[in-house]
Design a protein around this ligand. Sequence first.
Ligand SMILES: Nc1nc2c(ncn2[C@@H]2O[C@H](COP(=O)(O)OP(=O)(O)OP(=O)(O)O)[C@@H](O)[C@H]2O)c(=O)[nH]1
Ligand SMILES: [Mg+2]
Ligand SMILES: [Zn+2]
Length: 345
Amino acid sequence: MIEIDFALLRRIGLTQTIAAQLHQYPDDARLARITEIQRDWLTVHDGLGEFRARALPLLHDEHLAVGDWVLSTTRDHDERWLCALVPPTTHIARRGNDGRHHRLVSNVDTALLVMGLDHDFNPRRLERYLAIVQTAGVQPVVVLSKADIGDDVARRVEQLRQRLPAGIPLLAVDGTSGDAARQLAPWLEAGQTLVMLGTSGAGKSTLTNTLAQAGQLTGGVRKGDGRGRHTTTSRSLHQCAGGACIIDTPGLRSWHPDTGEAGLAAAFEDIDALAAHCQFRDCRHNAEPGCAVQGAVDADRLRNYHKLLREARRGQQTPLDRIADVAKWKVLQRAAQARSKARRG
Ligand SMILES: Nc1nc2c(ncn2[C@@H]2O[C@H](COP(=O)(O)OP(=O)(O)OP(=O)(O)O)[C@@H](O)[C@H]2O)c(=O)[nH]1
Ligand SMILES: [Mg+2]
Ligand SMILES: [Zn+2]
């Protein structure tokens, strides 16, 4: 079995689950975590420092993502090669327009869904992100940025609190201030890995810099529509002084939920739970008598749920895919519940 210094690697997010899988790799390999992926090489961190490496052909580049744990070996001329991928405990993926799955990040505990309280504010888009993150078994935290300059801040925060299930943490922050780090402290414990997700200009890099003193370039927003300029162009992992890791990502343009109906139903569990009390079993929550959902759930949230369901059904899932999806979701949900219980306990 390869030798590791757990305390050292903990600083870049090593967990017991990953460490328990290491017996299957050759002794001379070295454990490292991918912190950035470039066209021709990858940057990895071995606990002591970062170095460049390349993936051996048998390790297909397309399966690697920032946050993955990999094994590296040194070959002639001190070249470092990645020879194996430790199966990730979680990964967030996106379905491209071509219908193929692309891994965005691996081995994350918490996703900070960053949304500006300015022009960026869009509850429907946020619900789409929530579905994707929850399907991946990752704990979402809604971070409303630009609380210091946003419009109508108190009303928007309250509107979202009413709309989303109570279990989803929601904070309003000024990402440029140290207070943001204090507000997010419960998710920043040593060994935790977080990912920033949100549109361009939302403030992901600004918050990354505040939490990790990372020196990420931040950009302005365009005059007029307030959209961002895609300042960040690649995903990268950064260490916080307190021992957590943060993955900053570029703003996503389009994001199809990489999930089936079961995943969506779980992400909209408030609607699902109420639906059990509707008078008709096939109630569409659309003015039917004895409907328990209408009026109890934000009307726009309900419309958004139906829209996402239609999208998911259009996806090319076979019945077998769907069964696998339900099974996968159940396992992930149990793991997420165990983790949040462990954190509370
Ligand atoms: N006042 C204020 N400005 C913020 C806040 N968060 C971000 N900004 C500003 O918003 C602009 C965009 O912020 P970035 O951090 O670059 O946004 P991003 O999400 O990383 O954008 P991409 O890298 O393009 O995906 C910058 O000018 C920031 O200074 C905030 O909480 N308060
Ligand atoms: Mg950025
Ligand atoms: Zn109903």
